[in-house]
Design a protein around this ligand. Structure first.
Ligand code: PMP
Ligand code: GLU
Length: 404
């Protein structure tokens, strides 16, 4: 091909229009700086620093030895879909049969599938911000229109039912959010979710995409509440969950939806043309996940302890406004105090600039809030050792003190 051809122009418009995932991009950049010989502390990617519980690993080994090497049904093996349906009944008061469950290659895949299956070009998806980076890009890929509603810092970064009511139009198709939330760690209470459900109930044709991937990392005494358990709207809620966070299984790539049969069937049809059923061995292993819940429980306690540690340390940094996350494993301070300041060469204009500057000068990798719909904040993952977290915050504090 001629060197004169600009290859980017050969890439399809829909991909050119897509942003690169900021979490993955920062993680890549952090590896590059580490490869130059710097001692980087990588708090950019949200990934448990624990190993997958032993009983799940053993089940995977047994699955290999037993010869489970074939394709599976597109929506997943019956044993896993049943185990998921049982879990949803037992823990979430969700009444779905195995036929309502579709297992996919990570919760990310599950979310993307649902959006592809439900959103027509031009239809609106209300996204509660701050939101996880991939939501708006998934909507873009489906040619939908994101309508982003901001959760105020003062309201624990949560969007109210009134805000949602005001934003609904006759083009609204889905309301999507994660609770516990990435990046804020906020947890929508049962009362808040019931208020949102009441709004949805009044608007037929509006669906809720409830991302519950951080369900087991919830520090509130009330625990997790699934909006799909509200009777009036249960057929219009698609619950998404997975194994990556609660069971420390990010690399196993296993997520699922629970939804009305026609939605599950549509996802099955899409998946049947794009990926087929997900990894058979991982599915066999996941069947036993809930047989021993001691690891998710002890990981939660560790995340809670680190949350307390990091929030305490961040509050000591001049100018940082720090909210207390009630779940997940992130801290999300407002860093706008530093906007306009400079080290003499580089001026910090926004949180994305600050994240890049801190990576280059303090060698701590974090993600600027721009891609989470919160340009004043910066996200640090607290899924790291106490020593790494203490050292990271000390470096951040020392570097920021040099900005004028
Ligand atoms: N939703 C949220 C809010 C997440 O943070 C993640 C993390 N990657 C996912 C979904 C996707 O999880 P998975 O690794 O199962 O694809
Ligand atoms: N959910 C994680 C994060 O937010 C994993 C990275 C990703 O899939 O975007 O960092």
């Amino acid at each position: 091909m001629s060197a004169l051809v600009e290859t980017a122009s050969l890439v399809a418009d829909r991909i050119n229009a897509l942003e690169e995932s900021a979490t993955l991009a920062m993680s890549k950049k952090s590896r590059e700086i580490a490869a130059q010989g710097h001692k980087v502390i990588n708090l950019s990617i949200g990934e448990p620093d624990f190993k997958t519980p032993k009983h799940i690993c053993e089940a995977a080994k047994a699955a290999i030895d037993a010869g489970f090497h074939s394709y599976t049904p597109v929506s997943g093996i019956p044993e896993l879909r049943k185990a998921i349906a049982d879990k949803l009944k037992r823990e979430n008061n969700l009444d779905w049969k195995p036929e309502n469950i579709v297992v996919s290659t990570g919760a990310k895949h599950s979310l993307a599938n649902v959006i592809q299956c439900l959103v027509n070009p031009g239809e609106e998806v209300i996204i509660l911000a701050p939101y996880w980076v991939s939501y708006s890009e998934m909507v873009k890929l489906a040619e939908g229109k994101s309508v982003v509603l901001d959760g105020a810092f003062e309201n624990d970064f949560k969007v109210t039912a009134e805000q949602i009511e005001e934003a609904i139009t006759d083009r609204t198709k889905i309301i999507m959010f994660a609770s516990p939330n990435n990046p804020t760690g906020s947890v929508y209470s049962e009362a808040e979710l019931r208020a949102i459900a009441a709004v949805v109930a009044r608007h037929e044709g509006v669906f809720v995409l409830a991302d519950e991937i951080y369900e087991y990392i919830n520090f509130t005494d009330k625990g997790h509440f699934s909006i799909g358990s509200v009777d009036e709207i249960r057929d219009r809620v698609i619950t998404v969950n997975g194994f990556a966070k609660g069971f420390a299984m990010t690399g196993w790539r296993l997520g699922y939806i629970a939804a009305a049969k026609w939605i599950a069937d549509a996802v099955d049809k899409l998946q049947g043309q794009v990926t087929s059923g997900t990894n058979h061995i991982a599915q066999r292993a996941a069947v036993v996940a809930w047989e021993d819940m001691s690891a998710p429980e002890s990981m939660k306690l560790a995340y809670e302890r680190r949350r307390n540690l990091v929030v305490g340390l961040l509050k000591e940094i001049e100018g940082f406004k720090v909210n207390v996350p009630e779940g997940a494993f992130y801290a999300f301070p407002d860093v706008s105090y530093y906007f306009g300041k400079s080290d003499g060469t580089t001026t910090i204009n926004n949180a994305d600039d600050l994240a890049m500057w801190l990576l280059e000068t303090a060698h701590v990798a974090m993600v600027g809030g721009g891609s989470f719909g919160a340009p004043n904040c910066i996200r640090l993952s607290t899924a790291a050792s106490d020593e790494a977290l203490v050292e990271a915050v000390a470096r951040i504090k020392a570097a920021l003190a040099t900005l004028k």
